[in-house]
Design a protein around this ligand. Structure first.
Ligand code: FE
Ligand code: FE
Ligand code: FE
Length: 223
C-alpha cells in the first residue's frame, strides 16, 4: 500500500509542469472555439429530431391502443392524448422554426421498440380483458417516461442556451406528458388492476394453498 502511494507521487514529480492547472482535458475550450459549431446545439437539434420522429410514430400507434382497449375510460384517455400529440408535433415545428432549422425527424430506436412492445401486448392479451388494459397502461407509461426524460432534458438545454421561448413551448408538452402519466396511474389503480386480478388464479396459488393455510399466522410459521 505504502509503496503504491510513493510510486504515485514519484510519477507526479517526473511529469512536466503544466500551466493550465489541470484543464487540459478540454483543449478546445482553452484554445477558444469561436469558429466551431456548438456541440451542445448539435446535440439539442438531434434530440429535437429524435422526439419529432417519436411523436409521429405515436400518432400512428395511439389509435391502435385506443382501439384495443377494453374499457371506455382507457380508450378516452388514449384518444385525448392523441389530440395532445398532434399539438405537440406542431409545437416541435415551432421550436425548429425558432432556431431556424427545418423540422425533420431522425429514427428513434427506443420509441420504435416501445411501440413494438405495445403491439406485442395486444397480440398476447385476451381481447376484452382487464388484464389487457392493465398491460396497455404500463406500455403507455413506458412511452410517457421516455418522453418526459426527453422533454425534461430539452427544456433544461434550451434554458441553458438562452432559448427561453423554445423552453416555454417544450415545457408545455412536458406538463402534458407528466399529466398523462399520472392519469394512467390513476386509471390503473382505481379499478383496472383490481379487476384484472380477478380474471384468473395464479399458478403459485394451487401449490401454496395447503401451506398458506398452515402458515397463515406468523406465530405458527416461526414455531
Ligand atoms: Fe408526446
Ligand atoms: Fe430516441
Ligand atoms: Fe405522450
Amino acid at each position: 500500500m505504502k509503496q503504491t502511494t510513493r510510486n504515485k507521487s514519484n510519477t507526479r514529480q517526473t511529469q512536466a509542469p503544466t500551466s493550465n492547472n489541470g484543464r487540459s482535458k478540454s483543449p478546445s475550450r482553452s484554445n477558444g472555439n469561436k469558429d466551431q459549431q456548438s456541440l451542445l446545439e448539435k446535440f439539442f437539434i438531434d434530440q429535437l429530431k429524435d422526439i419529432y420522429y417519436a411523436e409521429q410514430q405515436l400518432l400512428k400507434a395511439i389509435p391502435k391502443l385506443a382501439e384495443a382497449s377494453t374499457t371506455e375510460e382507457l380508450e378516452d384517455a388514449f384518444n385525448d392524448h392523441l389530440k395532445q400529440t398532434e399539438k405537440q408535433i406542431k409545437r416541435l415545428e415551432k421550436v425548429f422554426q425558432i432556431i431556424g432549422k427545418k423540422a425533420e425527424g431522425k429514427k428513434c430506436e427506443a420509441m420504435d421498440g416501445l411501440v413494438k412492445e405495445s403491439e406485442t401486448i395486444i397480440k398476447e392479451t385476451k381481447k376484452g380483458s382487464m388484464t389487457r388494459d392493465a398491460a396497455l397502461i404500463i406500455a403507455a407509461q413506458k412511452v410517457e417516461h421516455y418522453e418526459i426524460a426527453t422533454y425534461g432534458g430539452l427544456v433544461q438545454l434550451a434554458l441553458t442556451m438562452g432559448l427561453h421561448r423554445a423552453a416555454d413551448i417544450l415545457d408545455k408538452t412536458l406538463l402534458e406528458e407528466e399529466d398523462t402519466d399520472a392519469l394512467l396511474t390513476e386509471i390503473a389503480e382505481n379499478y383496472i388492476n383490481i379487476e384484472a386480478e380477478e380474471e384468473g388464479n395464479y399458478s403459485w396459488q394451487k401449490e401454496a394453498e395447503g401451506e398458506l393455510e398452515t402458515s397463515a399466522t406468523p406465530a405458527s410459521f416461526s414455531m
